[in-house]
Write a protein that binds this ligand. Structure first.
Ligand code: HEC
Length: 286
């Protein structure tokens, strides 16, 4: 009896452990460096200046392929974001090349009109099929939540992951998305000699599989110049990654601020409850 249940238990254990080596095989986990972000950690907040520069990079170098459809132009004005002046965003929206389809009009026809503050920031493609058609089957993903949809995979052995996860929780680390996007934008390299790169693809050190259908959107000698005339590929990459982190989490500043207020409130309540408890129980002899 004991023997059979022991055997059953060992078979069960073997079945549980069997897929582990397979899970790791074939999937290469790429080491992505962590960056310093002003919005990192428990108290970090977005830097409006950086978000403004990041938007400029997005507008000049990414918006010709990638949309931001879950973000409206008015979000660019609101507190906690790039905080552009409302008037300049109004004219930005009116001049945005990708028009809004509205209607039907009096004749029952749909028509195109310039964007308003309340409209989404659209990319150039009407739908996924059109976008894929333009890029040989690859899809330039919408940017609204890309910073949350991507992250960095631990490269350490699997049995350490639980500790790494606990470390991330303890330090409040959640910037894997922007860390990955920065690594991707700065990760274009010449392919190694023995690498089989398909036609029209570029080699990228950070992209899974290392073959990406996106041509390098930022170049060392052709970076986006900011208002002060400065800039660099790394600076552009950092600012646009920060901007995308904000786009995916526009209420981060407010959430962290309220979080601290709630902690303070709970602290005061704890002290009051403790004093009240002492007072009530002081009447009871023991
Ligand atoms: C010429 C069009 C084009 C431009 C301009 C462009 N991209 Fe892309 N991007 C693509 C395509 C196509 C893909 C899909 C690549 C693939 O799946 O191989 C992509 C994918 C991506 C991805 C997702 C990668 C992943 O992990 O799946 C990110 C992030 C990205 N682009 C960021 C940017 C940023 C930031 C800019 C501007 C600095 C930019 N792109 C400009 C075409 C473009």
């Amino acid at each position: 009896m004991i023997k059979t249940s022991l055997r059953a238990a060992s078979v069960a254990l073997a079945l549980m452990l069997a897929p582990l080596p397979v899970m790791g095989a074939g999937v290469e986990h790429i080491l992505i460096d962590k960056q310093q972000w002003p919005f990192a950690g428990f108290r970090g907040q977005f830097d409006a200046g950086q978000l403004q520069r990041g938007f400029q990079v997005y507008q000049e170098n990414c918006s010709s392929c990638h949309g931001l459809k879950r973000l409206s132009f008015r979000n660019l004005v609101q507190p906690g974001g790039p905080e552009f002046p409302e008037n300049s965003v109004k004219s930005l929206a009116a001049g945005w090349p990708n028009k809004i389809t509205d209607g039907p009009n009096d004749k029952g026809k749909m028509f195109e009109r310039p964007a308003k503050l309340s409209d989404p920031i659209l990319g150039p493609h009407k739908n996924e099929a059109e976008a894929r058609d333009a890029f040989n089957g690859a899809l330039p993903p919408d940017f609204s939540v890309i910073a949350k949809a991507r992250g960095i995979e631990p490269t350490a052995p699997w049995y350490t992951h639980i500790f790494l996860m606990m470390r991330d929780i303890a330090t409040g680390y959640q910037e894997g998305g922007p860390d990955y996007i920065y690594a991707l934008l700065t990760g274009y390299k010449n392919a190694p000699k023995d690498f089989n790169l398909s036609d029209g693809m570029s080699y990228n050190a950070a992209f899974p599989g290392h073959q990406i259908a996106m041509v390098p959107p930022l170049a060392k000698d052709n970076f986006v110049k900011y208002q002060d005339g400065k800039g660099s590929l790394e600076q552009n990459a950092k600012d646009v990654s920060a901007f995308l982190a904000w786009a995916a989490d526009p209420s981060l500043n407010e959430r962290k601020r309220i979080g601290w207020q709630v902690m303070l409130y709970l602290l005061v309540t704890t002290v009051l409850l403790f004093l009240a408890k002492k007072r009530i129980w002081s009447r009871i002899k023991h």
